[in-house]
Write a protein that binds this ligand. Structure first.
Ligand code: TYM
Length: 329
């Protein structure tokens, strides 16, 4: 039996090239080496307020973006978190073995809580739901961007704590980061991670941005006061542009250096923009084909949920038995 891979994306905001390079691209590459489950985590999205109509449409948009990236729904299960109730059920059981101290150390919680007037308890429990997503399927590998590494450490800690309290139950998952593109930075501020929730018009290249908009955003990206690429003293803005180019092109380090050393920033930006556009144009064409087929996405999501539900339900049953909860015979 192949080992299992699980990962997810929140259907909030506009997915950007950071989400693609940090996650989706690698999901596609490894999908056939594993039994793969890719999830639209709508219950994570509602840990901060979402306009309901918008959330509904973003869920389908996110599913279509998964498929446009090259996820093959005949092989990989593509599913929505809330359509498999076992995610919430296991999350509750895991909250009972997760010390509050572990959760209060989460940097994403601190950063998100600062932006909210009222912090829902769900935002605090967010990493436990994420642990439940992964442990529910006994996933061995979780491909994510670098910003999720702390949540993955917590998942491993929760799994180990449960296993030591109740006996070996969960596979302890490995984090899989891409070698290039694990942390794409904002174009307007290369010291900040590119993020779906950051408002600025020049911050992120969205996966559905038209070519003209992509070009404009990249040509305006923040660099530094040097005129040209100097590999012995790369500023964060230039380094980010080079990383974006390398992650899309797949070029080796040596090829990157010999091509870009001494190149003026204006030319570097033009080449990065054309590289991004050449990948996103066919991607967007596939996206539009997928969303124009009535009922297709609903079918994929229904099938995905039906395929994973037996795995999820059997894990919940095992966990209940281990903890001594009532399981009818
Ligand atoms: P989310 O929706 O914020 O991001 C989805 C994926 O994109 C990666 N990512 C990035 N990678 C590189 N550079 C960036 N600037 C960048 N921004 C985002 C993220 O690391 C992630 O892989 N908590 C998760 C969703 C989740 C999940 C899970 C992931 C819920 N349950 C179980 C894995 C397994 C999140 O908010 O991702």
């Amino acid at each position: 039996m192949k080992a299992r891979v699980f990962s997810g994306v929140q259907p909030s905001g506009n997915l950007h090239i950071g989400n693609y390079l940090g996650a989706l691209k690698n999901w596609v590459i490894i999908q056939h080496d594993y039994e793969s489950i890719y999830c639209i985590v709508d219950m994570h999205a509602v840990t901060v307020y979402q306009q309901p109509e918008e959330l509904r449409s973003k869920i389908l948009e996110t599913a279509a973006l998964f498929l446009a990236s090259g996820i093959d729904p005949k092989h990989s299960a593509v599913m929505v978190q809330s359509s498999v109730p076992a995610h919430a059920e296991l999350a509750w059981l895991l909250t009972c073995v997760t010390p509050m101290g572990w959760l209060s150390r989460m940097t994403q919680f601190k950063a998100k809580a600062e932006k909210q007037e009222t912090v829902g308890d769900g935002l605090f429990q967010y990493p436990v739901l994420m642990a439940a997503d992964i442990l529910l399927y006994q996933a061995a590998i979780v491909p994510v961007g670098d910003d999720q590494a702390q949540h993955l450490e917590l998942t491993r800690d929760v799994a180990q704590r449960f296993n030591s309290l109740y006996g070996d139950t969960f596979v302890v998952p490995e984090t899989k980061l891409p070698t290039v593109g694990a942390r794409v930075m904002g174009l307007d501020d290369p010291l900040k991670k590119m993020s779906k929730s950051e408002p600025g018009a020049g911050h992120a290249v969205a996966l559905l941005d038209p070519p003209g908009v992509i070009r404009k955003k990249i040509l305006r990206a923040t660099t530094d006061s040097q005129p040209a690429v100097d590999y012995s003293a790369l500023g964060p803005g230039v380094e980010n542009l080079l990383n974006i180019f390398q992650a899309f092109s797949g070029w080796a380090d040596g090829q990157m250096q010999s091509h870009f050393s001494g190149m003026r920033y204006g030319d570097l930006k033009k080449q990065v923009a054309e590289m991004v556009i050449s990948h996103l144009e066919p991607f967007q064409k596939r996206y539009h084909e997928i969303v124009s087929e009535p009922g297709y996405l609903d079918g994929v999501l229904r099938d995905g949920a039906a395929r994973v539900s037996p795995i999820a339900n059997s894990t919940v049953e095992l966990v209940k038995r281990r903890m001594g909860l009532y399981v009818p015979s």
